[in-house]
Design a binder for this molecule. Structure first.
Ligand code: COA
Length: 200
């Protein structure tokens, strides 16, 4: 697991109005209007969209604008993370958790294809899981991946998630239900893994 001593800026502690998490290589921060062209450039990719349930394909500027417009509502709710994953100031993907206390309190993430295979999803997820357990006080965090998405299965397994049940979920980009593998990570297992990780 990628070591990640994350620095977290909470709402109200600075001029920042929302959570910002810094990991070894990444900054996870609220989406900004200036990210939208990168969001369209990287998000308009069937290889990304087919692995997500609600991501549209093709992904147009209107979709990015709609997502951006939702951000203030998401941040105001306070029990949900929806963050841009950035590298050297540039958006490379997105990560989210929550809303907590609902059936959708899942960890979810995506990265633009040029950034796959470099440990970024794992690194960002470690920080968001820490946040979910520490700040949201969750007892268990859920996640799920389509059965044919082996890379995400590997990310979640590396993080300590274990398989629970199989379902079918609609994929907007594929336009059909897809076999989906649900997973869970209890707080106790996360604490054990993080102790072994040496990054706490
Ligand atoms: C899934 C995704 C986020 C992974 O991001 P990433 O930054 O490449 O992930 P990481 O580098 O942290 O880890 C990927 C792991 O999967 C492994 N992997 C990659 N492709 C694989 C495949 N086809 N089969 C099995 N394992 C695979 C990698 O080897 C790596 O494991 P390792 O560290 O043991 O070598 C990225 O591929 C993506 O954005 N895909 C499209 C959107 C998506 O699937 N989102 C998740 C929805 S559940």
């Amino acid at each position: 697991m990628t070591a990640c001593a994350a620095q977290i800026i909470e709402p109200g502690t600075t001029t920042t109005t929302a959570v910002e998490i810094t990991t070894a290589r990444l900054v996870l921060r609220p989406l900004a209007r200036g990210d939208l062209s990168r969001l369209v450039q990287l998000g308009n990719d069937f290889a990304v969209a087919k692995n997500l349930s609600r991501f549209p394909y093709p992904y147009k500027m209107a979709d990015a604008e709609e997502w951006f417009a939702l951000q203030s509502t998401i941040q105001a709710q306070g029990e949900q993370l929806a963050l841009a994953v950035t590298l050297k100031g540039e958006l490379i993907g997105g990560i989210g958790l929550g809303p907590v206390h609902t059936p959708q309190h899942e960890l979810g993430y995506w990265l633009g294809q040029p950034y796959w295979g470099q440990g970024y999803a794992t690194e960002a997820s470690v920080a968001v899981l820490d946040y979910g357990f520490d700040r949201f006080g969750l007892g268990v965090i859920a996640a799920a991946h389509f059965a044919d998405n082996h890379a995400s299965g590997r990310v979640l397994t590396k993080l300590g998630f274990r398989y629970t049940i199989e379902t079918n979920r609609y994929s907007r980009a594929r336009g059909c239900d897809v076999r989906c593998l649900e997973m869970a990570l209890p707080r106790g297992r996360w604490a054990q893994l993080r102790q072994g990780d040496g990054s706490h």
